[in-house]
Design a protein around this ligand. Structure first.
Ligand code: KIV
Length: 259
């Protein structure tokens, strides 16, 4: 089943756009499942839900508990789980933790951040039949300092291009391109066999991913690459305000809500 889903995603390259969004819980996952090829349990969970100043702080167990919830909402899309920081420092550790994530959550693939530096690890996972999604460009797990888009000079551009090429030839089924200058994202997408999925990486990628809380307007942060499709924060505020008012003036609960 998962290999069929992977095949469908790979076959979309140069033909149809790949739709990917993040989820940290069942209720959101079951809505995304209707529209997405991939539902990603991203380690952005750490900053978005737990308010950590870095994704490095999210633990393997927290990722697993949220992924178990997401799994309950995912029926048709491919479920991918981010391997948290320090869970894939060498091939043996990566395989043990990837197997653990898959067995505990029922997800179908894992995502790792990095290129050539982690290529031995990626190859070891793939050799052991673990489906891997790559991630190059801005790498929140290893980024020091302010997040800035990548591909500003030739050295950086060549490194990212070579990272993506190495991942693709190692057999990853797709690669996330995060915050990459448009012409470089276009070049990478043209140069590699694996479909590219962009976040802040232009329209030239084979697909797009966003953090769902960002597109719903639940996350107060403002990134250039995010489009807020609604302002759920405002809608929730309005509903909670009305609830409070109705409790105070006793118009809730009514007979209809009472046994
Ligand atoms: O952690 C995450 O949500 C991600 C996406 C932004 C691609 O890696």
């Amino acid at each position: 089943m998962s290999s069929l889903k992977i095949k469908k995603i790979k076959n979309k390259k140069n033909k149809k756009k790949i739709i990917c969004l993040t989820s940290y819980s069942k209720n959101i996952a079951q809505i995304l499942d209707k529209y997405c090829d991939i539902v990603l349990v991203g380690d952005s969970l750490g900053s978005v839900l737990y308010n950590y100043n870095t994704t490095r702080k999210i633990s393997l167990n927290t990722m697993i508990e949220h992924s178990k919830s997401v799994k309950k909402g995912v029926k048709k899309s491919l479920m991918v789980v981010d391997m948290p920081y320090n869970t894939y420092r060498n091939p043996k550790e990566a395989l043990k933790n990837a197997k653990y994530i898959i067995s505990q959550t029922g997800c179908e693939a894992v995502k790792l951040e990095g290129g050539k530096k982690i290529i031995k690890i990626v190859k070891h996972l793939i050799k052991n039949k673990i489906q891997v999604m790559g991630h190059v460009g801005l790498l929140p797990q290893s980024e020091k300092g302010k997040f800035r888009y990548k591909g500003r000079n030739n050295l950086e551009r060549n490194k990212i291009l070579n990272d993506a090429k190495s991942l693709s030839s190692s057999g990853v089924f797709s690669i996330v391109l995060e915050c990459i200058e448009s012409s470089l994202a276009k070049l990478i997408t043209k140069s590699v066999k694996a479909p590219t999925i962009g976040i802040g990486a232009s329209v030239f990628c084979d697909g797009q991913v966003l953090v769902t809380d960002d597109l719903l307007g639940l996350n107060p942060t403002n990134f250039r690459f995010v489009k807020k499709y609604t302002n759920l924060g405002k809608i929730i505020d309005k509903s909670v305000r009305l609830f409070k008012k109705e409790v105070i003036n006793k118009s809730f609960p009514t007979k209809k809500n009472t046994y």
